[in-house]
Design a protein around this ligand. Structure first.
Ligand code: KIV
Length: 275
């Protein structure tokens, strides 16, 4: 797709119906992101997400049998310590149904990429703002905004490509720098807050569909307002339960007149006082 100049579409999804809908909508890639941590699991960040949680979410997505490639995100702690950890944990995601895995970082992580690719597992890299190490980066802020940092980013990207990544997420990077990196690489870049020069774009499900409300990073664009729709639906349900409008006749199961009469007769007999 990169060679053909066709933009690549990736969304996150964390459950079965979302994966089905994303697939029906024709996305190319579904990322079971560790952003599940702050979008569905109620954590403040992605850091607490465990392998067991990632495996469960990945399996739920994969069971939708989407046409899109399913990428399982490797949670914090699942690959940092050693290549062996990385392979063992990536194997769990693949057995759960992931076609590929994603991991954050470069440097020593290039060794993890080589180990995973050597084990036959395709790897997507992730550079720029890497939320799992946001504290080291000085917070959740854009990266590569000095010439030195931008050169570092480019070198990291080239290193990950050489290590065998099939694609690379660029998160919160100046658009001009992301475009340079995308041109320098043969593998496709998928941007989030990295401008239109990337080979594809990804947004988080709850951001793009307006389930998340309130302050959002500048790159978030809402393509629906599902939070309003969901609230409206539940409020209407609650109001109808309270007024008795729900359930209506068409929502209830019927029994024949004869069976009902027989039931009522038995009830009556059963209640008769013993002789
Ligand atoms: O976990 C995630 O959703 C991600 C995307 C922001 C790329 O890593």
């Amino acid at each position: 797709m990169k060679r053909a100049g066709t933009k690549i579409v990736m969304v996150t999804a964390y459950d079965n119906p979302s994966a089905r809908l994303a697939s029906e909508a024709g996305v190319d890639l579904i990322l079971v992101g560790d952003s599940a941590g702050n979008n569905v699991l109620g954590y403040a960040t992605t850091v607490p997400v465990t392998m067991d949680e990632a495996v469960m979410l990945t399996a739920a997505v994969a069971r939708a049998r989407p046409r899109a490639l399913v990428i399982g995100d490797m949670p914090f702690g699942s690959f940092q310590a050693s290549d062996e950890d990385a392979v063992a944990n990536a194997v769990r995601l693949v057995k759960a149904g992931a076609d590929a895995v994603k991991l954050e970082g470069a440097g020593v992580m290039a060794s993890r990429v080589r180990a995973l690719v050597g084990a036959g597992i395709p790897v997507m890299g992730h550079l720029g703002l890497t939320p799992q190490s946001a504290t080291m980066l000085g917070g959740m802020k854009a990266q590569g905004r000095t010439a030195t940092a931008a050169v570092g980013l480019l070198n990291d990207a080239l290193e990950l490509e050489a290590a065998g990544c099939f694609s690379l997420v660029l998160e919160s990077v100046p658009a001009r720098i992301a475009a340079h990196v995308s041109e320098a690489l043969a593998i496709p870049t998928i941007g989030i807050g990295a401008g239109g020069g990337c080979d594809g774009q990804v947004l988080v499900w709850h951001d793009l569909l307006g389930i998340n409300e309130g302050a959002a990073p500048r790159f978030v664009k809402r393509y629906a307002e599902l939070a309003n729709e969901i609230r409206r639906g539940i409020e209407t349900f609650a109001a109808e339960v309270r007024t008795g409008a729900y359930p209506a006749d068409e929502h209830v199961y019927k029994i024949s007149r004869d069976e009902l009469d027989a039931f009522e007769a038995e009830l009556h007999d059963g209640q008769r006082a013993p002789d």
